[in-house]
Design a binder for this molecule. Structure first.
Ligand code: GDP
Length: 700
């Protein structure tokens, strides 16, 4: 828990300096992940025990290049640092830098220093110094940067203990600025100083140039008396940056030495291959292929295990608790609902393990660079590749994987279109319908029609995603800066601690974020399917006995018949019949209507529901159900219910419709608003309806 007695430490640094690794080293698994209020930037707080029994709250701020805000991530940092009343306002700031990129990383350091916050300069990745021929004169740097320096390697774990000891002496740290803010524009700053004698000059400057207010200072008030045009302010900001780099260069000239003959050139060789016009793509698709094979292969066993465990848990509770509504709710509503959440864990965990390994190794940046040009044409970012492809496993982890897209518009579009990609829950639906309506024949002697149809459905999903991204990009009027820095970090062996923590965090976020909503919807659907008004539902046993009085039923046949009678007359059955007029132009009857409604919890439920409806008088053998479905005649048209036209219409409906409560839940979580998931639902399902209608009317 965040406690007032603990000292507050803020971790600040450019992206890829190893900030997360330092955070993990200091806190281990003592982390809480949440969002900053009102925005979807991740807020990570950890806890750490320091020497002398001092405890600390550690806030891992989003990676930023400077304090000249150009993204919401940067705003988060500025707003915290300008607000002394924030309960997380740091007692000490750790600015994390990468020893190989010290010059660029120090820009942010000098800005933080100028806010008069006690600051420690953490120089990370010290293990690379020997390999790169880098040497540092630490006492010289400490003196000229007016700070304490911790030279550490979060990978090898050295320097961490020394850093902790340095932190507890934070009261002795100098708060002298690196740059005298007045040099930016002496005259202007002089008058500022006179008007606000009690304020730090650099703070005033930040308030003037950023979109923030702080303390009782109103930005507009300051601006109105100290007018400068927008372009003047920009020019001064640039001047500030130049002055800072002059200062940094001077300090590093003495304090840093690089013997370039030592560093080998393996990196540029590897880059040339991995971002090559042809080989780059070939390698990327090979890697993807292996990843998806593994996700499917490895997930099957734990998923089957979870499935079976929950089925037997549910059977066990049903038989051991006293019969009644509560038992039914637990065994048929809650337990399967929780099972329906946990079943996603293996895929989510494996997917994030792979993504995290690719990111950690430095490869992902090359992919992003490679794909960015193409994706940008469609309003997406190079970073959208991962979510779009992950969507073939499941939209839930895929949407969660959009978090590292900085540009809000690109991220939003990616979130909105990802559910079009064919996820694994569509597979059982496709499989059974393709089996029913597409002949198992070959064309050209080798192309299996059923396989071909399946592949076309996958392609259709991708096409729909890309196409709708293109349209959204034209329609959505969201201003967000495209600020794409192709950061090419060095290649590194992934740190397993980072990978592990990332997997655990992402899985937890899913279970507790989307899980609640999935569970709630499962319970509602259970209720609708288990209750019904009137005699037809409540006296189902009697009705089945009467209608079958002249033919003896086995007990299994009897139970199936009762289940089917009940489902037909339950609330959900009534809903199915109510929507029949709306779906009959698509070629569906009320039974398919029930399946469509109930599969809203999760698409794969479609098959299970049809199995229950069609199990009248049959055995539980899937073949028989499929035969029954194949033989079913629609009394209204006299045609088979599952014919070519209605089958294609159903396939298209499931390809486009947002039949997935979990996706809505995760979109709500990631966009922090109901507006987007509701829009997504209406547009996708509306589009699906139109296409399915058109297909049926043309083909019938
Ligand atoms: P962040 O973006 O600043 O949070 O950085 P990360 O903690 O994700 O680290 C970026 C990359 O640097 C990852 O590939 C890490 O494995 C690697 N890394 C982190 N700390 C060290 C270190 O001390 N030495 C080396 N060689 N690599 C490190």
């Amino acid at each position: 828990m965040v406690s007032k007695q603990n000292i507050n430490i803020a971790l600040i640094g450019n992206p890829n300096t190893g900030k997360t690794s330092v955070f993990n080293q200091l806190t281990g698994l003592n982390q809480q992940v949440g969002n900053y209020p009102g925005i979807t930037v991740e807020k990570k707080i950890g806890f750490c025990k320091l020497p002398n029994n001092i405890k600390a709250n550690i806030l891992d701020l989003p990676g930023t290049y400077s304090l000249n805000a150009s993204s919401i991530d940067e705003n988060v940092v500025i707003e915290l640092l300008l607000n002394k009343n924030d309960k997380l306002y740091p007692d000490v700031a750790l600015v994390v830098t990468d020893v190989e990129n010290l010059k660029r990383n120090l820009l942010l350091f000098t800005q933080i220093k100028d806010l008069a916050i006690p600051t420690i300069l953490v120089i990370n990745m010290a293990d690379r110094m020997k390999f790169k021929g880098i040497s540092l004169d630490i006492p010289y740097l400490e003196e000229h940067l007016k700070t304490k320096i911790a030279l550490i390697s979060s990978r090898k774990g050295f320097g961490i203990q020394e850093l902790k000891e340095m932190i507890i002496t934070y009261r002795t740290l100098s708060t002298e600025p690196c740059l005298n803010a007045s040099v930016i524009d002496p005259e202007y700053f002089d008058s500022l100083r006179k008007a606000f004698p009690n304020q730090l000059l650099y703070k005033l400057w930040l308030v003037i140039t950023q979109d923030v207010n702080f303390l009782n200072l109103d930005r507009n008030e300051i601006r109105s008396s100290f007018t400068k045009s927008h372009s003047d302010l920009k020019r001064l900001q640039q001047k500030e940056t130049i002055k800072r780099y002059q200062f940094i260069n001077d300090v590093l000239k003495e304090g840093l030495n690089i013997d370039s003959s030592v560093a080998k050139d393996y990196r540029s060789k590897l880059d040339r291959v991995l971002t090559h016009k042809v080989w780059g793509y070939v390698i990327f698709f090979l890697i993807l292929f292996v990843i998806f094979q593994s996700i499917f292969e490895w997930s099957t066993i734990p998923m089957d295990f979870i499935d079976a465990s929950f089925a037997s848990l549910s059977a066990y509770t049903a038989s051991s608790l006293p019969a009644g509504v509560l038992t039914d709710l637990i065994s048929q509503g809650i337990i399967p609902g929780i099972g329906g959440i946990l079943i996603f864990i293996p895929q989510i965990a494996f997917l994030f393990m792979f993504i995290s390994i690719l990111e950690e190794s430095g490869y992902m940046s090359r992919v992003v660079f490679l794909m960015d040009k193409i994706m940008r044409k469609f309003g997406l970012s190079g970073k959208s590749v991962v979510p779009l492809i992950s969507g073939t496993a499941c939209a839930i982890p895929a949407i969660m994987a959009t978090r590292n897209i900085e540009n809000w518009k690109e991220r939003l579009i990616t979130i909105l279109v990802t559910p079009f990609t064919t996820c694994s829950a569509r597979l059982p639906v496709y499989a059974i319908i393709i089996g029913l309506v597409i002949p198992d024949e070959h064309i050209f002697g080798f192309l299996n029609m059923q396989g071909l149809t399946l592949m076309l459905l996958y392609l259709l999903g991708f096409a729909a995603a890309i196409f709708s991204a293109y349209i959204l990009n034209k329609i959505l009027k969201i201003k967000s800066k495209t600020y794409f820095v192709v950061e090419m970090p060095n290649y590194k062996l992934p740190l397993f601690k980072n990978v592990g923590i990332n997997v655990i965090e992402k899985t937890k976020a899913f279970v507790f974020g989307a899980g609640k909503i999935i569970l709630a919807i499962s319970i509602v659907l259970w209720f609708l399917a288990s209750y019904g008004p009137g005699k037809d539902f409540n006296e189902a046993e009697k009705i089945v006995t009467e209608t079958n009085s002249n033919k003896p039923l086995t007990s299994e046949e009897f139970e199936n018949a009762v289940a089917s009678q009940k489902l037909e007359n339950s609330y959900i059955g009534i809903m199915g019949k109510t929507i029949e007029p709306a779906i009959s132009p698509l070629g569906y009857d009320w039974k398919i209507g029930i399946a469509i409604i109930s599969s809203f919890a999760a698409r794969e439920v479609f098959v299970g529901t049809l199995a229950t409806i069609y199990s009248v008088g049959g055995t539980d053998n899937e073949g028989t159900i499929k035969n029954k479905m194949a033989a079913e005649i629609n009394p209204a048209t006299g045609q088979k219910v599952f014919n070519f036209a209605s089958g294609i219409s159903l396939l298209l409906f499931y390809a486009f419709a947002l039949q997935c409560a979990s996706t809505l839940a995760i979109t709500k979580k990631e966009t922090n608003s109901w507006k987007w998931p509701v829009g997504q639902l209406i547009l996708m399902s509306g589009f699906a309806y139109m296409v399915a209608l058109l297909a049926y009317q043309i083909l019938k």
